[in-house]
Design a protein. Structure first.
Length: 389
């Protein structure tokens, strides 16, 4: 599924950068605009009627002035049992239009924004990933705090525009030299041709967000089907990539048990569990202000009608017993088919972990070390397979 864009706007300050030049060469739409006043462009886009939907059809290529790496929101709240994930902010927004997407009320600009100063990004990652020379022999880092798990899918889909940008290959080249970094591309799409054009670096994970057939059809507007996602995941697996899967958000609705159980079964009918690095579970949640945005933009959606109450972090969430029930059943279905796959909860409290897994994480390092260990275990398995071939 290729996403059609109506406009390309390039900041004159980055027009000569390799990423911007590549996009200009590949662009097949109306003549692009080269502009000097980016603030004026963004402000004008905010003033349009239906600004959010229209913004999803305009790509702005510009320069990021601040740092590219940031910590996951869960790291800033003592209630969360966070996994110490780091977010790589190289683009913002997404051409898909999921009803529950928090970006609708979070981003400053309604446009699709891509930052082209990749040399600055590379310098920042090199600094963050630096470890002593004796630890750089392709071995597991000697301390948990030397691992860096980073991902690009928090502020937009990692691969949705990859056919136009080729950004995935740039990022893989940047992280490949570092044995202590794992780069995760999170996506709902089947835009994997760039990924299949190269030999997979050992420290890259391709992850898919999955949901039920009903919710994909009703709530994930413009997103590929479940079958298309699983087929893309299978092709990446067969090409040599390690995989991740994220059931987030889990949506509580009539028939949810049968629907989600069917997704889990379909997943493991397509995918070899030994190639899965991790899987996450997260129930629907959003800030209270999002409720009005969802109801105004998507009057057909029923997700705001669920039993959602203010939680410790100010977000609306399902009642605790509902979340625990969903997590426990998902965990049972997953571990029945894949007993050794690492499953974790996203943006949940230690008490919920206790209720679901029977143990509470001791802290950020505890959750992070479990995921780091899974990275290493699956990498060793991959090395063995490559050696046998």
């Amino acid at each position: 599924m290729a996403y059609r864009l109506d406009h390309l706007i390039v900041d004159a300050a980055v027009a000569g950068r390799p990423l911007a030049r590549r996009i200009l060469e590949r662009w097949q739409g109306p003549p692009p605009s080269i502009v000097h006043d980016i603030a004026a462009v963004v402000e004008q886009s905010r003033q349009r009627d239906n600004a959010i939907a229209l913004g999803k059809r305009t790509l702005l290529v510009t320069h990021r002035k601040g740092p590219f790496l940031s910590v996951c929101q869960g790291m800033t709240d003592r209630h969360h049992a966070c996994c110490a994930y780091r977010i790589l902010n190289v683009f913002e927004n997404c051409p898909m239009d999921c009803t529950y997407c928090i970006l609708q009320g979070y981003l400053d600009s309604p446009l699709l924004v891509l930052y082209a100063n990749l040399t600055d990004l590379a310098d920042e990652i090199a600094c963050a990933c630096r470890v002593p020379d004796h630890d750089r022999q392709g071995a597991r880092p000697t301390r948990p705090d030397q691992w860096l798990r980073i991902g690009t899918g928090e502020l937009g889909d990692s691969l949705a525009l990859d056919g136009l940008t080729g950004l995935s290959l740039d990022l893989m080249r940047i992280v490949e030299p570092f044995s202590n970094v794992v780069l995760e591309f999170k996506t709902k799409t089947a835009e994997i041709e760039s990924l299949l054009s190269v030999t997979p670096p050992p420290n890259v994970v391709i992850s898919w967000s999955l949901n039920t057939l009903r919710h994909i059809g009703n709530e994930e507007i413009g997103a590929p089907s479940l079958g298309e996602r699983l087929d893309a995941a299978r092709r990446c697996q067969n090409h040599g990539y390690r995989l991740g899967f994220h059931f987030d958000p889990l949506i509580f609705s009539p028939g949810w048990e049968e629907d989600y159980h069917a997704v889990v079964e379909a997943l493991f009918d397509h995918i070899d569990p030994t190639r899965i690095v991790w899987m996450s579970l997260g129930a629907l949640r959003f800030p209270p202000a999002m409720k009005r945005i969802i109801e105004e933009r998507f009057p057909h959606s029923t997700i705001t009608c669920g039993e959602l109450v203010p939680s410790w972090d100010g977000k609306l969430r399902y009642f605790r017993p509902i979340r625990v029930t969903m997590y426990r059943k998902m965990l049972r279905w997953i571990t029945t088919r894949a007993p050794d796959v690492v499953v974790y909860l996203c943006m949940e409290s230690r008490q919920i972990w206790q209720d679901v897994f029977g143990w509470p994480p001791r802290g950020v390092a505890d959750v992070a070390e479990r995921l780091n260990a899974s990275c290493w275990k699956t990498e060793l398995a991959g090395r063995a397979v490559r050696a046998a071939d």
